[in-house]
Design a protein around this ligand. Structure first.
Ligand code: GLP
Length: 244
């Protein structure tokens, strides 16, 4: 086991490295299953994937994707929904089939049934080949907040005040507009991916990166469980990895 860590100069370099890894995966397995993430950290990667698709280097026509999470109560076309984020930053610009992209449904009438269905669809596709992750300042992955049980699949979470605070920048700076719950793949879902790639950039992630990967494995730091994953790579810029 042991964690692989790669330190690069800039967020753009992190994006290029992650794009190389995705490109290799898609070339080796054209119908691969990618687990995708939102947040600002994956954006350079998504820009690279769009560029490489336009250049004809990557063909997404058989690729399937499953996103980690979605806000509860947001419609797919809500400006801050993660479905919309994925459309605008990736799906609308590559040759992926819409029916091959999956994001938990923020408006599900029966969330429990939607969770079971999401897990079943991942299993029907043969499981996730490469799961992309960012990391929250409190160590959350997807929306698995500190204290969440490791053994959960896709489920509903109450967002922590710090997460609402960190994400209010996307909601006109008004935390009252930020949904208080979200639907997320669980730690179990994430750990079942064959390969996990975390991207982390910036000084403000340095503390939590150190805590998650050089501290004890504990539900209080959800990302720490990745120390136990057989194929985990952390790719970060110099600032994010400056304390390790
Ligand atoms: C949100 C997402 C996470 C993401 C985190 C960090 O809470 N649910 O998946 O990793 O934000 O985002 P950023 O990359 O913008 O720091």
């Amino acid at each position: 086991m042991g964690i692989k860590m790669i330190v690069l100069n800039t967020p753009e370099d992190v994006g290029s490295f992650a794009a190389d890894l995705f490109e290799l995966e898609i070339k080796a397995r054209p119908a691969c299953v990618l687990g995708l993430a939102t947040g600002s950290t994956p954006l350079p990667l998504y820009r690279q994937l769009v560029a490489r698709c336009k250049e004809g280097r990557i063909d997404f026509s058989r690729v399937r994707t499953f996103n980690l999470d979605e806000y509860e109560g947001l419609a797919p076309d809500h400006p801050q929904s993660y479905r919309r984020f994925m459309q605008e930053n990736l799906f609308d610009h590559i040759n992926i089939k819409p029916e091959n992209t999956h994001v938990p449904d923020g408006l599900a009438a029966d969330p429990e049934a939607m969770f079971a269905d999401y897990e079943r669809q991942i299993a029907d596709c043969g499981g996730v080949d490469v799961q992309l992750l960012g990391i929250g300042h409190d160590g959350h992955i997807g929306f698995n907040e500190p204290g969440e049980a490791f053994e959960l699949g896709t489920h509903c979470v109450d967002l922590k005040p710090e997460t609402i605070e960190a994400n209010k920048r996307f909601f006109e700076g008004n935390e009252d507009l930020v949904p208080k719950q979200a639907y997320t793949m669980g730690i179990k879902t994430i750990m079942q991916a064959r390969k996990v790639l975390m991207v982390a950039n910036g000084k403000d992630k340095a503390e939590i990166v150190k805590k998650a990967f050089f501290g004890p494995v504990t539900p209080e730091v959800p990302a720490s469980i990745l120390q136990m994953h057989p194929d985990f790579i952390l790719v970060g810029d110099e600032e994010a990895l400056s304390l390790i």
